[in-house]
Design a protein around this ligand. Sequence first.
Ligand code: AMP
Ligand code: MN
Ligand code: MN
Ligand code: MN
Length: 276
Amino acid sequence: MSPNYDLHCHSNASDGALAPALVVERAHAQGVTHLALTDHDTTHGLSEAQTTAQNLGMTLINGIELSTTYQNQCLHIVGLNIDPQHPILQIGLVDQQQRREQRAQQISDKLAKKRIPDAYAQIKAQVGDGEITRSHFAEFLVAQGYARDPQHAFDHYLSKGKSAFVSTQWADLPTVVNWINSAGGIAVLAHPLRYKMSNKWMNRALADFVSCGGQAIEVVTGRSNPDEIGQSLQMAKRHNLYASRGSDFHNPEYPWVELGRLPPIPESVLPVWQLF
Ligand code: AMP
Ligand code: MN
Ligand code: MN
Ligand code: MN
């Protein structure tokens, strides 16, 4: 079977719909041979995913997706091939998780002021020890009839500048890259085109990323068209970065993003798995 790498996806340890075992089973059914589970600011799903992958004879790469604040902007850094137990990483995650928890309560308070009560309690009851993300609030707002779909919930309540947006100071870029590298992993800038930044700003961010130990960039993500792949490829080449490929799968109900279903990495750049 030819290899099919999908190095970015989510389980219900953060904002994915499926339990880790079900994510791995679905990936296997979709023909993925090498999967990285990369939940937001948590490694809790990895041991269950690892057990399932071993039973199915597929490779599970331990991963994570960390939020970082870089020049007042939130960027996502994927860590691949990490040691999930590494103390430097785990101590860092305690802080990130506290920030998530506090932010969730603040978002809930803002919604309560808009006469939308009880969001935090309801979401918390559903996620248990999973990490609460804005996606949970979006789904809550849809379920309660305040938004017709998650995108609408972001556009009206949760995005920057909207009534329930809470600005969060995540750990800074050198810090999160250091957590990943200390845990033996590779730091990857996730979905570089989603930040809607100028080329000049992006080049500065990538130069800073490289100088603090970042090694790769997502060149192929779930919904990339050929033009977007071309733009990300240029960034990879300009900054001598390895290329990653990941769907950012969250939910089978959003069929436009599926595990393992994405274009290949162009041959003119080195794939990140050469570093594994
Ligand atoms: P958080 O890290 O808690 O801010 O949540 C970010 C997550 O929300 C992302 O990983 C996406 O899954 C989701 N998300 C962010 N922006 C949007 C959007 N405009 N529409 C739908 N989902 C979004
Ligand atoms: Mn997400
Ligand atoms: Mn992301
Ligand atoms: Mn993601």
